[in-house]
Each structure stands twice: as structure tokens, then as C-alpha cells.
Design a protein around this ligand. Structure first.
Ligand code: HAM
Length: 415
């Protein structure tokens, strides 16, 4: 038997419906926050991520699904959504002053060759948010509260904590990196990856699964931050707390992607210790990828990790629409009329069904029961000849006698 690739999922029946419902909730919240959707290709030039995300990141150095097309061009299945959004912003000149601030969101599959485990897949989906042309305390707070509003919309309130930090930049970053390097040189045995990180982006060592604990007692990034940035982080913390978020400052929070320049944050599931939402500001990326200098920030939500929490906390998102009418046709003529009636009803937005395999009344009722319809209608040649249709509401069990042209208005509650 041919099986799905490792680290991927098939979604069907209720899980597919829940999935779509979560996406719809995301669209709803993003619409309230006045963001517009962007749809970009699932594969992009490899160079976009090497330059955009950084070749010291695990994502780029080890996890990309790479391929060469027939003309020898190097492409990858997108391993994240920020660099593609920036590429689209630049390529389509979406950064023109009339468009700014530009606030956008995306939904779609992301591919990373990671070791699969619960909540970690090789194809997963991100609900992502990016903003361009905004850089302020109020924007930081609005962005984080957007993530929180989405979780509230799904009734996910338990076991989530928001961790925030502010990465130092410019001269302060250089000073901090110097001190951190000195400290690291005094520790022996850092892993192979961290030796590379040491040269290319030493901050990433704080995020290493193997070595991060060794640098915990080293110099603290926050001590190198400017007074303004310290105040901005503290004020972000205070205001989010006042808004009722469970928030904490984590001075060692750095992210696995190289482009972050200031605020970084994660919404963590404290039960699994996995980030379900992660992001921050990346004020240099637009310029680095060939666009103008525009501040930017955003985050991405792991849809599979949201689904895991919904399952675990037994939260149902999908509002299932009941079938208004199930028809049991008992003759060829009745089947023909059923098709006509169903078409007319569906055009009026009524959910209506039958089962073309019905052979007799007994298995007709079995099918109807399975469909859990609100009303059942048996159609035989007699009902057609007399224009008399007996609809049985399942709630009362009391049959309602109708003419053919009364059926739809009855189902719509217009009678
Ligand atoms: P990231 O932290 O790499 O950031 O991923 C964001 C979220 O995607 C994670 O918090 C997690 O929920 C989900 N995720 C990551 N890897 C996996 C996986 N293997 N399986 C399932 N879910 C996963 C980014 O991708 C940035 N582009 C976020 C961002 C947007 N920053 C600024 N704007």
C-alpha cells in the first residue's frame, strides 16, 4: 500500500470541517483588524530564503525541500511565509506610500524537513500576519492582541502564555555580541551548529536546543538595550497584562530565523512547551531583499498546533448545519421529482439530501436516520398524482400536509 509521506496528514470528515472552520475564524478576526489577504506561490527561489531567513537558521541550512526545475533553476517548497510576502511586496511595489501601512495575512502550507512528532510536521499550515510601515509601541501591542483575539475567538484560553523580548540592534547589538562571544569562548564544547552560529549569528546560540542552557548565565541582552527599548518592552508587558493576557518577559527569547530586529514574541502551550504563535519585528528585511527601508513585523500561527489544542480541550469550532430535509423517493418518477425539488431548494440555500441507493421504505428510513435531518419526506407515485406531500418534522413527529409549491417556503419557515 502506498502511504502518505512521513510528517504529513490526511484530513477528512470532521477534522477537515474543523480545519476549515478555524481558517474561517482567522479570516473573520483579520477582517475585524482590517487586514487583507495575500496569496503567494507554494514554491519560490531558494535564494529568497537563503538571503531572507539566513543561512545560519536550521530552516535554511537543514530543512528545506529543494528541487531543480527542467531549466536547472533552484527552487524550494516555501519553508515559511514572511520572506515570500516581502518578495511579493517588493515585486508588486505594494510599498508605495498610498498603500502604507500595508497590513496583510496569508493561509497556506509550509514545508520543513524536520523530525516529525506531535505538533511537528513536514508539511504544516501557517496562518500568518505581516505589517509594513508600522513601528511603535501601540502597534506591538495591537499585533500581540491580534494573536490573542484569534485564540479567544476559538475559546482557547487555558494553558497559553505569551513570552516577549526585545532584541537589541545596531551598536548595542555589536557590544552585546562581543560580550556574548567572550563568554562563549570561556565555555568548552559547543555543538557543531553553534560553532557556525558563533561566526555568523551568535545570538542564535541562545536558541540552541543543546547549548542554550550553557549561555543562560552569560551576559544579558537586555542590559545592552537602549533606555527607549527597555521602556518599550516594559510598557508592552504592562499594557498586555492590563488587557488580561498571561504575559511574561523572557530575556533569552530569540527566534530561529535571522531577520528579527526588535520585538520578538511567542504564544506557548505550557503543556507541550511548543510555540503555537511566533513572530516579531524585522525592520531590515524589506531593504535587504531589494526594497525600500520600511519597518515590518508579523507572526505566524501553526494551524496543526491549534488543532491539537482544540482536540485536547474538546473545543468544537465548526457550527454544523443540520439537513433541513431528507427525501425518500420510492419510484423512478419520485426520484425525478426529488432531483427537481432538491435543485430548487438548494438554490434557496436549503441543505437537503437523499440517497439514490434507497430501495424501499425500510432502508429509506435507515438512510434518513443516519442523515439526522430535521424533516423527512417520503415521495411515492400517489403523492405526485394527488399533489399531496406529507413532511414529517423529527422534533414533533406530527406530519404536515403540503402541496408541492408550498414545500420550500415551509422549510424556510415562511409559512
Ligand atoms: P516559526 O517560529 O518558524 O516562524 O513558525 C511559526 C509557527 O509555525 C510556530 O510557532 C508553530 O506554531 C508553527 N510551526 C513551525 N514549525 C512547525 C512544524 N514543523 N509543524 C507544525 N507547526 C510548525 C515563522 O515561520 C515566521 N515566518 C513567523 C513570522 C511571521 N515572523 C514574522 N512574521
Amino acid at each position: 500500500m502506498i502511504q502518505k509521506p512521513r510528517g504529513t496528514q490526511d484530513l477528512f470528515l470532521n477534522s477537515a470541517a474543523e480545519w476549515n472552520a478555524v481558517e474561517e475564524k482567522f479570516r473573520k478576526v483579520l477582517n475585524l483588524f482590517n487586514y487583507g489577504e495575500i496569496i503567494t506561490p507554494m514554491f519560490e527561489s531558494k535564494e529568497l530564503f537563503v538571503r531572507g531567513v539566513g543561512d545560519t537558521s536550521d530552516i535554511v541550512s537543514k530543512e528545506m525541500y529543494e528541487f531543480t526545475d527542467k531549466k536547472g533553476r533552484e527552487f524550494v517548497l516555501r519553508p515559511e511565509g514572511t520572506a515570500p510576502t516581502v518578495r511579493a511586496l517588493i515585486e508588486n511595489k505594494l510599498y508605495i506610500p498610498e498603500n502604507l501601512p500595508y497590513k496583510t495575512f496569508y493561509i497556506g502550507p509550509i514545508f520543513r524537513y524536520e523530525r516529525p512528532q506531535a505538533g511537528r510536521y513536514r508539511q504544516f499550515n501557517q496562518l500568518g500576519v505581516e505589517t509594513f510601515g508600522l513601528d511603535s509601541l501601540n502597534h506591538d501591542i495591537e499585533l500581540i492582541s491580534l494573536g490573542d483575539s484569534f485564540l479567544k475567538e476559538l475559546n482557547i484560553e487555558k494553558d497559553i502564555i505569551v513570552q516577549i523580548n526585545y532584541l537589541v540592534t545596531g551598536e548595542e547589538r555589536k557590544k552585546y555580541e562581543e560580550q556574548l562571544k567572550k563568554y562563549i569562548l570561556s565555555i568548552k564544547n559547543i555543538c557543531d551548529d553553534c560553532q557556525k552560529r558563533f561566526k555568523k549569528n551568535v545570538l542564535r546560540i541562545l536558541d540552541c536546543k543543546i547549548d542554550s542552557s550553557k549561555v543562560k548565565n552569560g551576559p544579558k541582552m537586555f542590559e545592552f538595550a537602549t533606555e527607549n527599548n527597555k521602556e518599550r518592552l516594559n510598557e508592552t508587558f504592562r499594557q498586555l497584562k492590563e488587557m488580561g493576557l498571561k504575559v511574561e518577559i523572557d530575556f533569552n527569547l530569540v527566534r530561529g530565523l535571522d531577520y528579527y530586529t526588535g520585538l520578538v514574541f511567542e504564544f506557548k502551550n505550557i503543556k507541550t512547551n511548543q510555540a503555537i504563535i511566533a513572530g516579531g519585528s524585522y525592520n531590515n528585511l524589506v531593504e535587504e531583499l531589494g526594497g525600500p527601508s520600511i519597518p515590518a513585523s508579523g507572526f505566524a500561527i501553526g494551524l496543526e498546533r491549534i488543532m491539537l489544542i482544540l482536540n485536547e480541550q474538546k473545543i468544537k469550532v465548526v457550527e454544523e448545519k443540520e439537513i433541513e430535509l431528507f427525501i425518500i423517493p420510492l419510484s423512478e418518477q419520485a426520484q425525478k421529482l426529488t432531483n427537481k425539488l432538491m435543485l430548487e431548494a438548494r438554490r434557496k440555500n436549503l441543505k437537503i439530501d437523499t440517497n439514490w441507493n434507497i430501495k424501499n421504505l425500510k432502508n429509506g428510513f435507515k438512510s434518513a436516520e443516519k442523515a439526522k435531518a430535521k424533516n423527512i419526506l417520503v415521495i411515492g407515485d400517489n403523492s405526485i398524482a394527488n399533489n399531496q406531500y406529507s413532511i414529517k418534522p423529527q422534533l414533533t413527529g406530527e406530519p404536515v400536509e403540503l402541496k408541492y409549491n408550498q414545500i420550500i417556503s415551509y422549510l424556510k419557515g415562511e409559512k
